[in-house]
Write a protein that binds this ligand. Structure first.
Ligand code: 5AD
Ligand code: SF4
Length: 469
């Protein structure tokens, strides 16, 4: 290769927002080594498969991705293939045997060490799965290319998880919980805003147990929201994922009290049956969960809610499954993510008996999804005829003159901009969109050119940099 041509990295990413965040950091670490980003795997000199092991299906994607790169490597002997992420951490050496094309596998704690791992690449393949001790763990600051910064940015506030949900592999793959110091979080939010972001999503496995401040009342997460709220130029913040047992009234009040906190909460319930919840080791009952939702809706009646559901957990009876359906009816979530239970290595649930047969799990999943489709459709219809405050993210796939963005409730809206206006100039701004229709999961609307007259809400944001004047 011509020495003036930079080497290129390509990441095939699977899994959650934590993996999205990690993938961005891997790219940045290698950029500092002179690597460029490859548009396709074919162009790459280094391919990283950033794996997810949350369910068996996710885990299998790693092996099939690796299969595709096998042939590529035959044509390009210098190509390095690495597997990162949660499967790498969980399987280590075993993964080297299962994935012959991998030169090395490495765990999520070793992203900063990627250049030195690359320097070790030779015929002798290796697994690097060291876990950094909680006291020594340092968060890697985001260092994005300005052109890579979008309207909305992810900011990690925590790594790992100290919960013991019996079905979940994450405590094994991501290790003990560590909170990122609040000053680092705020500095990163401010950096993203300076580069053009207008919304941040604070991410962690259990953001409500964040303890990076040492606040007087112990509710560090509520205080973090307040500090992020004060970052000049930031228009919105969201956060995920919340654990119901740690979701406090003070955090609920943040939705009402802070300018930037959007009206959307993802609060995974997993099951509507207190007996199942107990066997999942979730540490809350159905009634306690519903109380938290009630309180929140008293404060913010129109809040949008989403959740995660697992069907077919070991020992789940038909009556317990019905309780999940009735919970969906009762809460009226705007959207849900639903899954069949999948047995994961080294998890406490493996010891439970009475596994639910595959066809029953499938039927239960279908029942959950059919019911939710109806609820989602009704929830989306409530927007029709209303004016929504939309943060414009970019061009819509629906065609010329169409933009897309999200409401405060996180609903995706495709809308037409005023004719003759400068559409690009609207990206990153809050605008008022008159909602005219609803699809299966999205809204359709028309932007009003006289934004300020139509939406008094926006007046409150006008001082913030980036709002429409
Ligand atoms: N099987 C099925 N779903 C799972 N989840 C986590 N572990 C499992 C598992 N073993 C789901 C939970 C969690 C979401 C991220 O994935 O609903 O909230
Ligand atoms: Fe998948 Fe969980 Fe790892 Fe995210 S943390 S990549 S969801 S296993």
């Amino acid at each position: 290769m011509d020495s003036s041509t930079p080497k290129k990295i390509f990441i095939q990413n699977f899994g959650c927002q934590m993996n999205d965040y990690d993938a961005e950091r891997m790219v940045e670490v290698m950029h500092r080594q002179g690597y460029a980003t490859a548009a396709t795997a074919e162009e790459a000199d280094l391919i990283v498969i950033n794996s997810c092991s949350i369910r068996d299906k996710a885990e299998q994607k790693t092996a099939s991705a690796a299969g595709r790169y096998r042939e590529l490597k035959q044509f390009k002997p210098g190509l390095v293939v690495a597997v990162g992420g949660c499967v790498a951490q969980q399987e280590g050496e075993r993964l080297l045997r299962r994935i012959p094309v991998a030169d090395f596998v490495f765990g999520p704690d070793l992203i900063p060490a990627l250049p030195s791992l690359m320097a070790r690449v030779s015929k002798k393949r290796f697994a690097a799965t060291e876990v950094i001790e909680v006291e020594d763990y340092e968060f890697l600051d985001a260092d994005p290319e300005p052109s890579a910064v979008k309207v909305t940015a992810l900011v990690t506030i925590q790594k790992g998880c100290d919960n013991h949900c019996a079905f979940c592999v994450v405590p094994t793959t991501r290790g003990r919980e560590v909170s990122r110091p609040a000053d680092e979080v705020i500095a990163e939010v401010a950096r993203f805003v300076a580069l053009g972001a207008r919304e941040v999503t604070l991410i962690g496995q259990n953001v409500n147990s964040y303890h990076g401040i040492g606040s007087e009342d112990g509710d560090d997460f509520a205080e973090l929201l307040e500090r992020v709220d004060a970052v000049p130029g930031l228009l919105r913040q969201r956060f995920t994922t919340s654990h119901p047992k740690d979701f406090t009234p003070k955090v609920a009040r943040a939705f009402r009290d802070f300018r930037t906190v959007g009206s959307w909460l993802h609060l995974p319930v997993q099951s509507g049956s207190s007996r199942t919840l107990k066997r999942m080791v979730r540490d809350y009952t159905r009634a306690e969960y519903l109380e938290k939702i009630d309180y929140l809706r008293q404060l913010v009646p129109d809040i949008s809610l989403s959740t995660d559901i697992i069907v077919g957990y070991p020992g789940e009876s038909e009556a317990e499954h019905q309780e999940t359906l009735s919970l969906l009816e009762q809460v009226q979530y705007d959207s849900i993510y639903s899954f069949e239970y999948s047995a994961r290595p080294d998890t406490p649930a493996l010891k439970l008996r009475d596994s639910v047969h595959g066809p029953i799990k499938k039927r239960r999943l279908q029942e959950v999804q059919t019911l939710q489709r109806k609820i989602t459709a009704a929830r989306l219809r409530r927007w029709i005829g209303r004016d929504a405050e939309v943060l414009v993210e970019g061009a819509s796939k629906r065609g010329a003159g169409q933009l897309c963005g999200r409401t405060r409730g996180n609903e995706l809206v495709h809308f037409s901009a005023p004719v003759g206006g400068d559409e690009k100039a609207l990206i990153g701004k809050l605008v008022s969109v008159h909602i005219t229709g609803a699809g299966t999961n999205t809204l359709i609307g028309q932007m009003d050119s006289d934004v300020v007259r139509r939406l008094p809400l926006i007046a409150a944001h006008r001082e913030a940099d980036g709002a429409v004047h």
